[in-house]
Design a protein around this ligand. Structure first.
Ligand SMILES: NC(=O)c1ccc[n+]([C@@H]2O[C@H](COP(=O)([O-])OP(=O)(O)OC[C@H]3O[C@@H](n4cnc5c(N)ncnc54)[C@H](O)[C@@H]3O)[C@@H](O)[C@H]2O)c1
Length: 448
């Protein structure tokens, strides 16, 4: 088996493609599983380590735990049967095998914006048990700036090896979206890599050249690579806040923000984003908080980001306000009204509830005494129970509030199939014309 530290990029790439490299990867979730598949498909042997036994067992049987991700159902059985991909909960055995370690466990934030690094630190300690001279560590998880250096220091301390001499840590941030993970990993965008070890960086360029057809972009340090990924998220977060503010302005002023955004974006310098009921998931709302928390500690005044956070955090309650107005027009108090919340997850068809706008919306409506149903195709029975809402099976309601942009629900509205008097659309997915023609009262975010 081949150690990559010290190899040229060409030799490192060849070693991966020729099946000479064993990768031990921590985390087989929504990012980690497609990543492990892409690495194994490129030629490496991958041993995935996860805490979730059911997931590990399913994978070892050749089953695809993420059927919604294109490409996995074909590749997983093939790679597992060829012995190129396997999973385990036994990290002690696994860490002995690695030439390359890949980290794909989540880093999120606490309520007070403090980064939640526990999973990352846990797997770092575990890796240190197996780390051997010549190994490289590739951290794919999006990180608060400076964390790669912290992991390198921890690995030095726990393994007794020297960073940059015996082993190297590289930040190689994933740039993916659920629903198209495999494509994003292998061909949508170039891979970004940054390290404080020149040798590890060279090897990482070779490693990712075997996986990503769009090529690899090297930046000068691990912190620069961390910043690339965090800034991509910050850019989207701030622009969503801008769109949200313009939507609120349009409501006050009395015009339709959606048609304005579409028309303005025909000019190549304008990229107005889409307003909505709030920003959720463990990516876009998290990365600005990495910066905000850092700013708080450093005494740096992050004025734009702080303003964006205030705007975005206020959107779930604005969606509730639109619903209250709709019920008011029907002459109904919230208490006792039957309300259908459309979308509990932060994004259609992705079973992820971290920071989902539906959580404060449901809480507020419950507090006001509404009888709540939810339409959520991604949810399991226990998810409805956890939110304390009933799964909607077509029951008649007073109003439906669209929190995440389920197009199939919008089409049911267009066809008049939802038994409700009012439709409140906080995502801009419902056609006002068609919904009104079907007999609904329609309220849309960003329309005065
Ligand atoms: N899912 C996406 O669409 C997406 C998009 C962009 C970025 N990301 C990134 O991916 C990272 C990982 O997120 P995800 O979506 O894969 O999360 P996830 O919750 O789907 O999966 C995380 C996996 O890691 C495992 N895990 C957690 N702690 C562990 C530990 N200590 N040891 C071993 N396994 C452990 C969990 O059991 C789970 O299977 C995020 O931090 C984010 O940077 C994900």
């Amino acid at each position: 088996m081949a150690k990559l530290m010290g190899l040229s990029r060409t030799d490192a790439r060849r070693a991966v493609e020729n099946g000479k490299v064993t990768v031990v990867q921590f985390g087989l979730g929504k990012l980690g599983l497609p990543l492990a598949v892409a690495i194994a498909a490129a030629g490496a042997k991958v041993v995935g380590v996860d805490l979730n036994e059911a997931l590990v067992d399913a994978l070892n049987r050749g089953e695809n735990p993420l059927p919604e991700e294109p490409g996995l159902s074909e590749l997983i059985p093939e790679l597992v049967s060829k012995g190129r991909l396997k999973a385990t909960t036994n990290w002690r055995e696994a860490v002995k095998l690695g030439d390359v370690y890949v980290v794909a466990v989540p880093v999120t934030v606490e309520e007070d914006m403090r980064p939640r690094l526990s999973a990352l630190l846990d797997v770092s300690e575990k890796m240190a048990h197996g780390l051997a001279p010549g190994d490289i560590v590739l951290i794919e998880t999006t990180l608060p700036l400076g964390t790669t250096r912290r992991v390198a220091a921890l690995l030095e301390e726990k393994s007794g090896l020297r960073h940059g001499v015996d082993f190297g840590v590289v930040h190689a941030p994933e740039r993916t979206s659920s629903g198209r993970m495999l494509r994003d990993i292998t061909e949508s965008y170039p891979k970004i890599v940054g390290s404080d070890s020149a040798e590890a960086l060279e090897a990482a360029v070779g490693f990712y050249s075997a996986i990503n057809r769009k090529g690899v972009i090297e930046v000068s340090s691990s912190i620069a690579a961390e910043a690339v990924k965090v800034f991509e998220g910050v850019y989207r977060y701030v622009n969503i806040a801008l769109a949200n503010e313009l939507a609120l302005y349009a409501e006050e002023k009395g015009f339709n923000v959606w048609e304005v955004i579409d028309a303005a974006n025909t000019q190549p310098y304008c990229h107005l984003h889409r307003p909505g009921a709030g920003v959720g998931g463990h990516c876009i709302p998290v990365y600005p908080r990495f910066v905000l928390y850092d700013a708080l500690k450093m005494g740096f005044d992050a004025r734009v980001l702080e303003a964006a956070r205030r705007v975005n955090d206020a959107m779930p309650l604005h969606a509730v306000y639109l619903l209250v107005r709709a019920l008011n027009d029907l002459g109904k108090p919230v208490r006792g009204s039957r309300v259908l919340v459309v979308g509990l997850t932060y994004r259609p068809h992705v079973r992820e509830y971290f920071m989902t706008p539906a959580a404060p919306i449901v809480e507020e409506l419950k507090d006001m005494g509404a009888l709540l149903y939810a339409y959520e195709p991604a949810a399991l029975k226990e998810d409805f129970e956890r939110f304390g809402v009933k799964e909607w099976r077509g029951e008649e309601v007073d109003a439906a509030l669209i929190v995440s942009g389920y197009k199939e629900f919008a089409e049911m509205v267009s066809r008049g199939e939802v038994k409700a008097e009012a439709i409140v659309d906080a995502r801009g997915v419902v056609s006002r014309e068609k919904a009104e023609a079907a007999g609904y009262k329609v309220y849309r975010l960003g329309e005065g």
